[in-house]
Design a protein around this ligand. Structure first.
Ligand code: FES
Length: 640
């Protein structure tokens, strides 16, 4: 097979490729990441490159404008290498690929601990033991001697479990340490297990990990199990993204011959990279980590464990496992103590995973009398409704539009993304802010919602999400993608192309917001309740961080209830993992939550479909559900 060289600008990096290679794959192999939300299916239009010269075969794509094709733009996943090539990665592809996950500054748990509201009750313990050496008149075996001492310290010596590997090292550890040793123990249902023995006193470092295994990102906290405090934290994109950005694409990818293994290796690679970084920064060693708790959606946990997730996608949507028994991390390849166990928070169902169980635990809604609606918005919108008496849950496919996919100039919240938009009522000119105050390269989810709400309130959009053709301003034009509103002129952008909102973009957001709203209203109706009964509306997930609540209500994504009922929770998945790591009582609460939460399948529900169709308008076909939005529209004199 012929070998070729691809020169990648602006870095002039040389990339080796074989004849017929898919350009996207060749670049990935060389460590050049392009955004690829559809996993290389050619459907998202985000893996853009500019071919400057050389030989290739690029398939046509409806995501590229005629003038872009004339400039050499093509989609890397639809381009086959046929000779040496010179390509450029345009700013929009670079910005999206270089996006960093923003970490929250502090753990909610940390605040509570400082306030003394929770007791630490970890499942692992490090105990310093000083034994009397054996004598002729005290010939007990080493393990009997240790068992007796642990019994005096309150550990159930009669039901003491001990692995062969610990027994094999025990005699040497005792004698090397002059009969002083540190025993790492783990509580079991019927006693305790000795996980490890080390000579001397090693009790000052007793660490654990809380891991949020998200479809998009992985977040890790390194936690001092003695104080409960976060010592270090880190986050990065889940490396599985190169195989697709949502759970469905990953499940499909897992069905390829090496797909499942690769997906598992990618996420474990991400976790190990983060662990290495936090340990280095904290000046700690992997030997100090005795326990880990992971929270993730059901598919992510299957992929982490290397379990085939295919039936999660097929009706009746059954996972292999919802409540995972503890797994030795060494079996998975985590670079921490071999004796450490990983606990995965239990899932409610295939599409309401352990991350949502963690979220419910964080909210405390399962112990309150208030009617609370908790929502985690990502590519799926997971919704939980209830109080201390009952909990119901559902999941609706919002699609990737809120994360920038399915939107022509959409991108994740990264430097260069337009994050908020205001449109002047009189001039219809937009004003926007860009993350890191850079020239814009695209628009992220919160910016799109703002733009849509402002366009609606200023009369640029009608209730069906159509851009009004009777308004004649330079910023509205017809294009091959339909009518569009120009948010930023080419001269002001980093891409040197206009950044626009098209009617197709608006339609995709309408469908995403319609699904989320319909999920909430269907759950409420199933319980004989209505929107006005919600006393607390809690929003979790990275997307919620940037969300302008008023604008989310204007477009009908969130219900029209008093603003003081909304609260943003941050990453409730990692907070729940932190809680469950520190407290066995809270872990048992999480198990109870997962067992007792009723799941409603919306994908086959006629009621949901009816609600969804009704929600595909701005803000909704039933305007009486949005009295405050209607009042604002009347004030601004906007009519249909
Ligand atoms: Fe190429 Fe989606 S279009 S990765």
């Amino acid at each position: 097979m012929k070998q070729f060289t691809i020169t990648v600008y602006p870095e002039k990096k040389k990339v080796a490729a074989s004849e017929g290679d898919v350009l996207l794959h060749a670049l990935k192999e060389a460590g050049i990441r392009l955004p690829s939300p559809c996993g290389g299916q050619g459907t998202c239009g985000k893996c853009r490159v500019i071919v400057k010269g050389g030989r290739c075969h690029a398939s046509a794509s409806s995501h590229l404008r005629k003038e872009e094709i004339a400039q050499g733009y093509c989609l890397a996943c639809l381009t086959l290498v046929e000779g040496d090539m010179e390509i450029e990665i345009p700013p929009e592809s670079r910005a999206a690929a270089g996006a960093k996950i923003l970490l929250e500054e502090k753990s909610v748990v940390q605040d509570k601990l400082v306030l003394g509201k929770w007791e630490i009750e970890t499942r692992t313990h490090r105990v310093h033991v000083q034994l009397h050496p054996p004598r002729l008149d005290d010939p007990r075996s080493d393990i009997e001697r240790l068992r007796a001492d642990l019994l005096t310290k309150g550990f159930s010596g009669d039901r003491l479990h001990c692995s062969l590997s610990v027994l094999r090292k025990l005699s040497k550890v005792l004698r090397d340490g002059d009969w002083q040793l540190t025993v790492t123990l783990m509580d079991l249902m019927d006693g305790v297990e000795i996980l490890d023995v080390q000579p001397g006193d090693q009790t000052q470092y007793h660490l654990g990990l809380a891991i949020d295994v998200g479809t998009t990102s992985v977040v890790i906290y390194l936690i001092d199990l003695l104080t409960g405090l976060v010592i270090e934290s880190a986050a990065d994109y889940n490396a599985q993204i190169e195989c697709g950005e949502d759970v469905i694409t990953r499940i499909i990818y897992a069905r390829t011959s090496t797909g499942l293994k690769k997906l598992q290796q990618l996420v474990i690679g991400t976790i190990n990279k983060l662990i290495k970084g936090i340990l280095h920064r904290a000046g700690m060693s992997a030997e100090h980590i005795d326990c880990a708790v992971a929270a993730g959606n059901t598919t992510m946990i299957h992929l982490l464990l290397g379990i085939d997730p295919r039936y999660i996608r097929q009706e009746p949507y059954i996972p292999t496992i919802s409540s995972v028994p503890p797994v030795k991390v060494a079996e998975l390849g985590f670079e921490v103590n071999n004796h450490a166990y990983l606990y995965c928070l239990p899932a409610v169902a295939s599409y309401v995973g352990g991350d949502i169980t963690a979220g419910i635990l964080t909210t405390g809604m399962h112990k309150e009398n208030f009617l609370t609606l908790f929502i985690d918005i990502g590519t799926n919108g997971e919704i939980v409704l209830g109080n201390s008496d009952w909990l119901v849950s559902a999941s609706c496919s919002a699609g990737p539009a809120f994360e920038g996919a399915g939107v022509l100039h959409g991108m994740r919240a990264a430097p260069g993304a337009i994050e908020s938009v205001v449109i002047d009522q009189n001039t219809l000119e937009p004003h926007f802010s860009v993350i890191c105050n850079l020239p814009p390269v695209g628009i992220c989810g919160s910016g799109i919602i703002d733009a849509m709400a402002e366009m609606f309130l200023t009369g640029l959009l009608d209730r069906k999400g159509k851009i009004r053709g009777d308004i004649k301003i330079p910023r509205i034009r017809e294009s091959e993608f339909g009518r569009e509103y120009i948010l930023a002129w080419a001269k002001d952008t980093d891409t040197k192309k206009d950044i626009v909102i098209t009617e197709i973009d608006i339609n995709n957001i309408l469908r995403a917001k319609g699904a989320v709203y319909a999920g909430c209203s269907t759950l409420l109706k199933e319980m004989g309740l209505s929107i006005k009964d919600i006393e607390k509306f809690l929003i979790a997930g990275g997307f919620g961080h940037y969300l302008n609540i008023r604008n989310a209500v204007v477009i009908g994504l969130l219900p029209d209830i008093p603003y003081d009922r909304f609260r943003y929770l941050g990453n409730s998945s990692i907070t729940g993992g932190h809680l469950a790591l520190l407290s066995q009582k809270l872990w048992r609460e999480a198990e109870h939550i997962a067992r007792s939460t009723t799941y409603f399948e919306l994908s086959t529900s006629t009621a949901f479909m009816n609600e969804y169709v009704a929600a595909l308008f701005l803000p909704h076909t039933n305007t009486s559900l949005f009295p405050n939005v209607e009042a604002t529209l009347r004030e601004t004199m906007v009519t249909d």
